[in-house]
Design a protein around this ligand. Structure first.
Ligand SMILES: Cc1cc2nc3c(=O)[nH]c(=O)nc-3n(C[C@H](O)[C@H](O)[C@H](O)COP(=O)(O)OP(=O)(O)OC[C@H]3O[C@@H](n4cnc5c(N)ncnc54)[C@H](O)[C@@H]3O)c2cc1C
Length: 548
């Protein structure tokens, strides 16, 4: 079997993989992208459910590497829909001639580090094999969908769909009785849209979630021109903000403001800022009492749009701090429950007992459905990283190494796995940021590292154990300063049964994170060993000398 040789293999063809391909090709490297599915776009290819759209404004949730691309692409809405984002991805792929470096329907199943040669050997689902100095894992943070297994699930005679494996053919809901299980972002986005089409919709809710209105709107030509005239400043603002969204946290504590002031500030943010609402006061995510003021405002807002009094109490989130789980940015989710054809099934009150041929039986009754949708989320951060067999030094697998939780230096590399780069994974701001900003930041840093390695004749880079211990400790320390640890969420693995509970993303913000990356590079990539000869070859040479 031929082994294909390239400089870099990138696994995954989402926003991260495509950006990696572009940046590394610009360096003059031969790059191969391997993508498991039959299309490019990552989450945007997979999550084609009705109502899917970004929750970061499109002007910010888009590539910044090409001013020409920025100027020529026209977003039609503040928050683009999934089809529009897919058109953007298609445009990028074509404009930068990326497709010919991407192999579709090719799942990387095994990667093994060749310690003597200092390169990775890959085996894929289509039988192809690859050898590359560098391996970039752009496999996504939310790319391993999770679906609960209810008794009798296979008995259901209707159609079941997972929101993250949405069929490529349109699903016709007209006249249908539909169930949505899950009220995270996906469930919240699809509910109002499906409610308008279906005969009847039942939303199964475990945890009521906070949501801030998207205040979505079409982008006028004037608005587009205004943004584009100052696009660089807008990007600078995003890069230098804690979340990559362009918002700076308020300078004041929520507790210093009078109730009247707070009401005014929250009201203004509510109608415009989306996620930025969480930054109106600097301590909303740091201090429970401060958070309570924001949470109380949101609860009041949510309750005020729900007409049915019996639903208010059930839909209003109470048991966790606002934004301690990723909140939604919705377009009419709560209002959808005012419709006569929409019903809430609270599974805390009446748990699901089983699936039947006709639908779902809870402890209260049997609901009959034609279509059941799982909007049940993901095995976040590590799901796709730990699926393939990734074998580093001495047969150590990544699964073994990360058994007690992911360990990285700067969220980028892990010791015993040289020349392995994890993109937007655990230990980096990742899902606590505008992911696009994090992708570009990290990949530009990697490109600079590879340029440095080439210039210095370095063939192997590897996180140092001491550095990764310190980084994990820092990640934990920063998390302890926040309210993120006060609830179960996909940030800490609690959403997946049996998963080690450990806080995964870096909560110190993209601006702070960039400082660490920059410092690391300026200090000659401190915390990473850079070797001109692979460690194993050095050891072999010393052993040979000693025995000679
Ligand atoms: C519905 C939805 C909406 C979102 N909206 C936003 C938003 O508005 N703002 C924001 O900042 N973030 C958002 N996110 C987070 C999103 O994950 C990132 O913004 C970003 O798109 C991730 O890009 P990626 O390339 O890192 O990963 P992905 O887009 O997940 O792409 C990873 C790719 O790797 C492939 N893959 C995985 N394992 C293998 C393997 N072993 N072999 C080969 N291929 C493999 C997968 O098939 C997938 O195509 C959203 C996520 C979802 C699910």
């Amino acid at each position: 079997m031929t082994i294909n040789e390239v400089d870099v293999v990138v696994v995954g063809a989402g926003f991260g993989g495509l950006r990696s391909l572009y940046a590394l090709r610009q360096l003059g490297k031969t790059v191969q992208v391997l993508e498991a599915s039959d299309g490019v776009g990552g989450v945007w290819y997979h999550n084609g459910y009705p109502g899917a759209r970004c929750d970061v404004e499109s002007y910010d949730y888009s590539y910044s590497f090409s001013p020409e691309l920025e100027q020529e692409w026209v977003w039609s809405e503040r928050y683009a829909t999934q089809p529009e984002i897919m058109r953007y991805i298609g445009h990028v792929v074509e404009r930068f001639d990326l497709l010919r470096h991407i192999r579709l329907q090719c799942r990387m199943e095994e990667a093994r580090y060749d310690e003597q040669a200092g390169c990775w050997l890959l085996r894929c689902s289509d039988g192809s094999q690859w050898r590359a100095r560098h391996l970039v894992l752009a496999v996504g943070q939310l790319s391993a969908p999770k679906a609960p297994q209810y008794p009798g699930q296979s008995r259901f005679a209707g159609q079941t769909i997972h929101s993250a494996v949405w069929p490529k053919q349109p699903v016709d809901f007209s006249g249908k009785r539909v169930a949505i299980i899950g009220t995270g972002s996906s469930g919240m986005q699809m509910t109002p849209v499906i409610a308008r089409q279906a005969a009847h919709l039942t939303v199964f809710q475990r945890t009521p979630n906070y949501s801030v209105p998207a205040a979505n709107a079409p982008v006028s030509p004037e608005e587009d021109a205004r943004v584009k005239a100052h696009y660089r400043q807008r990007r600078e603002q995003a890069w230098n903000s804690p979340t990559g969204l362009g918002f700076m946290p308020g300078k004041k504590s929520a507790l210093q403001a009078t109730p009247e002031e707070r009401a005014q500030v929250y009201e203004a943010a509510w109608n415009r800022l989306g996620f930025g609402f969480a930054l109106t006061y600097f301590d909303i995510l740091l201090n429970q009492a401060a958070n309570d003021t924001a949470a109380e405002f949101i609860r009041h807002k949510i309750a005020s749009v729900i007409d049915k009094p019996e639903l208010r109490d059930k839909l209003v989130p109470k048991n966790h701090a606002f934004a301690a789980r990723r909140p939604s940015v919705d377009s009419g989710y709560f209002q959808a429950f005012n419709r006569d054809n929409v019903e809430l099934a609270d599974v805390r009150e009446f748990p699901i007992v089983e699936f039947t041929e006709k639908g779902i039986r809870t402890t209260a009754k049997e609901h009959e459905f034609d279509i059941i949708i799982f909007a049940t989320g993901f095995d976040a951060f590590t799901g796709s990283l730990l699926k393939p067999e990734i074998v580093g030094r001495q047969g150590l697998t990544l699964r073994q190494k990360w058994a007690a939780g992911p360990v990285t230096h700067l969220g980028i590399g892990t010791s015993d796995f040289p020349n392995l780069f994890v993109l937007v994974g655990p230990g980096s701001p990742s899902l606590l940021s505008n992911v696009m900003v994090s992708i570009e930041e990290q990949i530009d840093w990697l490109a600079a590292l590879i340029r440095h390695m080439d210039a210095e004749g370095v063939v192997e880079f590897e996180a140092e154990p001491e550095a990764e211990r310190a980084w994990v400790e820092h990640v934990n320390e920063r998390a302890k300063e926040t309210l993120y640890l006060t609830t179960d969420s996909y940030y800490n693995g609690a959403e997946v049964k049996g998963k080690t509970r450990v806080f995964m993303p870096y909560s110190g913000g993209v601006r702070g994170y960039r400082r660490f990356l920059r410092q690391c590079a300026e200090q000659g990539y401190s915390g990473f060993a850079l070797r001109k000869v692979p460690l194993a070859s050095q050891v072999a040479a010393v052993t040979e000398q000693a025995s000679a």
